[in-house]
Design a protein around this ligand. Structure first.
Ligand code: GLA
Length: 497
């Protein structure tokens, strides 16, 4: 009682405006209604110190620190430190808060929060299966090629846009260049019915009909889920429904499943990832429909050592790519020691392409494609194919560059020399050919001379520039020239007599 009296006196003396200023310390469930009919929940753990507010927001993919938090009477505001900084502001009404989330990418979004007595952010833990090797599905003998909705559209993806993308895959020549998969990423999910069957949300009225449409264009269709209860965007994941979801995907006619760790981290440790991914690997095989299995857990726990053993065809080796040269180079460089783990059917994945999304120059996008080709990386375009410049289209569809990426030997290239910002990578190709890429990761144009002999390449009988699609003098024994900042020299050397 003495303490309460003290608090009231302080309230009267120092704040003046309210006898009972709000104290939001505690756990809150935050709900956002989406246009697609979902109620997405996140959680807040808050601690109020006078008018200062600290805490964390527990999102589908991680715990995010709050900064600049303030409580003044019944007014609350704080920022969540993600790349784009979400600002929240609103009013406190007892055990409820009415907030607006200002997201630079999405604008003002109303959200409500309710105080919770106890924090239950994840369901009870389900056991994981004993480890064993899942049989390979025989797919992806060369790195998968296709398109994915996330990099450009994020949550603004729906049935009609996917159909238009499928149309554009054909009309732009992407399909004929080898791109086959049209992959729907996060935010297609709705709720489960009484039997636990996952339903798409309002944006995707009929997944089977959409799959039929995509198939009729000579293309394949992919979908996305998470081993956690929620996806990274907070939508329904496959936790506890792995077999059921694999069957549903098979019934819809799905050909490719990206499986994203996200909220699984609230239930399982990183060391259990293999068992968790094996569960879906088994479920996909047992569904009876061949589906490419794409592991997305950001390269944690040396996934390249066990990705194949869970039935994976490709596995992400890094966090998310961003549309800038620094991110593109850093994702590529993360694979510098990973060549031994790539082989037909099983590929290291430095993430989807950003080519055409506007954050890099044409030279940088060409370098992006060159790097992904020398790495034998999956080529999953991430731009709006309906509105491509001729330059973007030319970069994505260069048949000679794609031929290097898709080389049937299935060996990933590796870095053979590094001199400051100049890196020399080679990739062995079928028939004794070698792809050679010289990258300039630096900010200044740099002169480079590289002799074939110095790289251990002998008996070169022809030299071709795949970007320019022309032959260079067969007798040349070295490359000597200036490589512009963030540019690359890409050559295909045929060897033998
Ligand atoms: C993670 C993945 C991305 C994308 C988003 C969707 O960040 O790494 O590729 O799938 O989730 O929420």
């Amino acid at each position: 009682m003495r303490r309460l009296g003290f608090a009231v006196v302080i309230g009267l003396l120092c704040c003046g405006r309210s006898l009972f200023a709000a104290d939001v310390t505690g756990h809150w469930r935050v709900v956002r209604q989406t246009d697609d009919g979902n109620s997405l929940e996140t959680f807040l753990d808050l601690k109020q110190q006078g008018s200062k507010l600290i805490g964390i927001l527990l999102a589908g993919w991680g715990d995010l620190q709050i900064s600049d938090g303030r409580v003044d009477d019944n007014k609350i505001s704080f920022t969540v430190d993600v790349a784009s900084n979400w600002r929240y502001a609103g009013e406190i009404a007892g055990n409820e808060m009415h907030l607006t989330q200002y997201d630079p990418n999405a604008g003002a979004i109303p959200v409500s929060a309710v105080r919770m007595p106890l924090q239950a952010v994840a369901p009870a833990r389900l056991p994981v299966p004993p480890l064993r090797a899942v049989l390979s599905n025989g797919l992806a003998s060369t790195p998968p090629m296709g398109w994915n909705s996330w990099n450009f559209f994020h949550d603004k993806i729906d049935d009609s846009t996917v159909r238009q993308i499928a149309d554009a895959m054909v009309t732009t020549g992407m399909r004929d260049a080898g791109y086959r998969y049209v992959n729907i990423d996060d935010t297609w999910e709705g709720s489960r019915n009484a039997n636990g069957r996952i339903r798409p949300n309002k944006k995707f009225p009929d997944m089977k009909a959409l799959a039929d449409y995509v198939h009729a264009k000579g293309l394949k269709i992919g979908i996305y889920s998470s081993p956690g209860p929620k996806t990274c965007a907070g939508y329904e994941g496959s936790y506890g429904h792995e077999e059921q979801d694999a069957h549903t995907f098979a019934e819809w006619g799905i050909d490719f499943v990206k499986y994203d760790w996200c909220s699984a981290f609230r239930i399982y440790s990183d060391s259990e990832m293999r068992a968790v991914y094996q569960k879906m690997g088994d479920a996909l095989r047992e569904s009876g429909r061949p589906m490419v299995y794409s592991l997305c857990q950001y390269g944690k726990n040396d996934v390249w050592k066990w990705g194949k053993l869970v039935g994976g065809n490709l596995w992400r080796t890094t966090g998310d790519i961003e549309d800038n040269a620094h991110s593109m180079f850093s994702n590529a460089e993360a694979e510098v020691d990973l060549a031994p783990w790539a082989e037909p059917g099983h590929w290291n994945d430095p993430d989807m392409l950003e080519i055409g999304n506007g954050g890099m120059s044409a030279d940088e996008y060409r370098t992006h494609m060159t790097f992904w080709s020398i790495l034998a990386a999956p080529l999953i375009a991430g731009n709006d194919l309906r509105n491509m410049t001729p330059e973007t289209r030319a970069i994505l569809t260069n048949s000679e560059v794609i031929a290097i990426n898709q080389d049937v030997l299935g060996r990933q290239g590796h870095r053979v020399q590094k001199h400051g910002n100049i890196e020399i990578w080679t990739r062995p190709l079928a028939g004794g050919a070698v792809a050679l890429a010289i990258f300039n990761l630096g900010l200044t144009d740099t002169s480079v001379t590289v002799g074939w002999q110095d790289l251990g390449i002998s008996n070169v009988r022809s030299v071709r520039d795949p970007w320019a699609r022309h032959d260079l003098p067969a007798a040349m024994a070295e490359y000597s020239g200036t490589i512009k900042s963030h540019d690359a020299e890409f050559l295909r050397l045929e060897t033998g007599r």
